[in-house]
Design a binder for this molecule. Structure first.
Ligand code: AMP
Length: 426
């Protein structure tokens, strides 16, 4: 098959690495890609917002199958536009992508289908939201309804903080994302991510992962897109995994089908593992970044037939095989991230780092300049490794990190610390 992958981050490099290894893959192209993805396939320049241009490229190049990495083109309906042109694409339709694009949409599906999640109300004006906050008390969580690039959630410790978040959102602080607001109960517990593939009718589990969102060691400092991750998440025992499928993922897939908006694609459930079991915090309609990197390392099966089965409604009898190993990824970011940072600094030592046993380096924000690799984003590299335990995967990943010479970068030194403490305890 001729395959086009859309996206340019570490998630897409991990997907490209798996897709390139598939015997089903013939010509393989990525737009826009990065310097690491360029080692797996051809890169082309395409504006992902210009769906007509993507369709024209597919028609001109005999593309049979498109894999969409990031959420923005999914929420903008790229899969619908490709389908209308007779081109098969992996990912949900625009309506189904509301599971990520609208928090209120997802919460209403949970309520109507008794899917465990935090108690909530939706608001389109500040006064009613603030009255509800005062009635419920703190801690309480305020969320902008729409996509807000990770900035749309305020976990408020006080009523005043929650009210300020409501004012900020309705005053346009998050643009159109904040014209509607969800206020919800604070859930206590340990967070884990759970991934499934869906074909509109049913779903099969992928694997679990946990990430580290804060920028500094010890989970301190501002939130980021994720500074590292590991899989599996020890907190998601086989019993809790079964409950996450039976109580959360499958009822969602069935509800979406009943609404006439069948969900096809990767479904990423952000879960809180509470004393009452798993509860849904949020859905994302794509693979996580950097969680995808650790999932792809652990996946033994060919990815391409699984992605095709999602599109074709053929997951029912599909079986995926996984390596029993743990995987861990360390994000190397440009100094200053998640604030402002410089681009263009030189990165050296990547070949020596990739030679460490079990290590795979996925590029996120890089650009090639002849033979040199330059930083070209906030999150720049995902130094990833397999190991028999999380501790072994961590040791390998940091051995590789130590071989990378990059004056403009930084990283956390403690990715996986909770899982490793659990391993030591066990
Ligand atoms: P979201 O974008 O919905 O995943 O929220 C971002 C982060 O806010 C989550 O990863 C949680 O750490 C936190 N969060 C969101 N909703 C809740 C909640 N109801 N209770 C506690 N923490 C939450």
């Amino acid at each position: 098959m001729n395959i086009l992958l859309l996206g340019s981050g570490g998630r897409e490099h991990a997907l490209a690495w798996k897709i390139a290894s598939s015997p089903l893959t013939d010509r393989f192209v990525c737009a826009p890609g990065n310097a690491g993805i360029a080692k797996e396939c051809e890169l082309v320049t395409l504006d992902l917002d210009d769906h007509a241009a993507v369709v024209a490229f597919c028609n001109a190049n005999g593309i049979d199958f498109i894999v969409v990495g990031p959420e923005a083109p999914l929420c903008a309906g790229i899969v619908d536009d490709l389908a209308a042109a007779g081109i098969k694409a992996f990912g949900p339709s625009k309506v189904a992508a509301q599971l990520e694009g609208s928090k209120g949409f997802t919460k209403d599906i949970c309520r109507a289908n008794r899917i465990p999640t935090a108690a909530y109300e939706r608001f389109s004006a500040p006064e009613a939201a603030k009255a509800y906050i005062r009635k419920r008390g703190a801690p309480i969580v305020v969320k902008a309804d729409g996509l807000a690039a990770g900035k749309g959630v305020v976990v408020a410790a006080t009523v005043a903080e929650a009210e300020a978040a409501v004012d900020m959102m309705f005053a346009g602080g998050l643009g159109a994302a904040g014209t509607e607001v969800v206020v919800e109960e604070f859930l206590a517990g340990e967070e884990a991510s759970f991934f499934a593939l869906c074909d509109g009718e049913t779903a099969i589990p992928l694997a679990s992962a946990q990430d580290h969102k804060r920028v500094f060691d010890g989970d301190q400092g501002p939130n980021t897109g994720g500074m590292g991750a590991y899989s599996p998440a020890p907190v998601l025992t086989p019993e809790l995994t079964r409950r996450a499928m039976d109580e959360i993922v499958l009822p969602t897939v069935h509800a979406m089908k009943a609404m006439g908006a069948p969900y096809k694609g990767a479904l990423y459930a952000g879960l809180m593992i509470t004393t009452d079991g798993p509860k849904l915090i949020e859905y994302n309609v794509r693979f996580g970044d950097p969680e995808c990197q650790v999932l792809m390392l652990r996946l033994m099966s060919d990815l391409v037939p699984a992605l095709l089965a999602c599109c074709d409604g053929m997951l029912k009898n599909f079986d995926l095989r996984w390596y029993p190993d743990a995987a861990l990824t360390v994000v190397m970011a440009a100094k200053g991230y998640p604030g402002s940072y410089a681009k263009g600094s030189l990165i050296e030592g990547l070949d020596a780092a990739a030679a460490v046993e079990g290590v795979e380096i996925f590029h996120a924000g890089t650009q090639a300049d002849g033979d040199r690799i330059l930083a070209n984003g906030g999150r720049v590299l995902n130094v990833s490794a397999l190991g028999r335990t999380v501790a072994e995967a961590q040791a390998r990943a940091y051995a590789a990190v130590d071989r990378i010479r990059w004056a403009g970068g930084f990283y956390r030194r403690d990715i996986g610390f909770r899982a490793i403490a659990r391993e030591r305890g066990a």
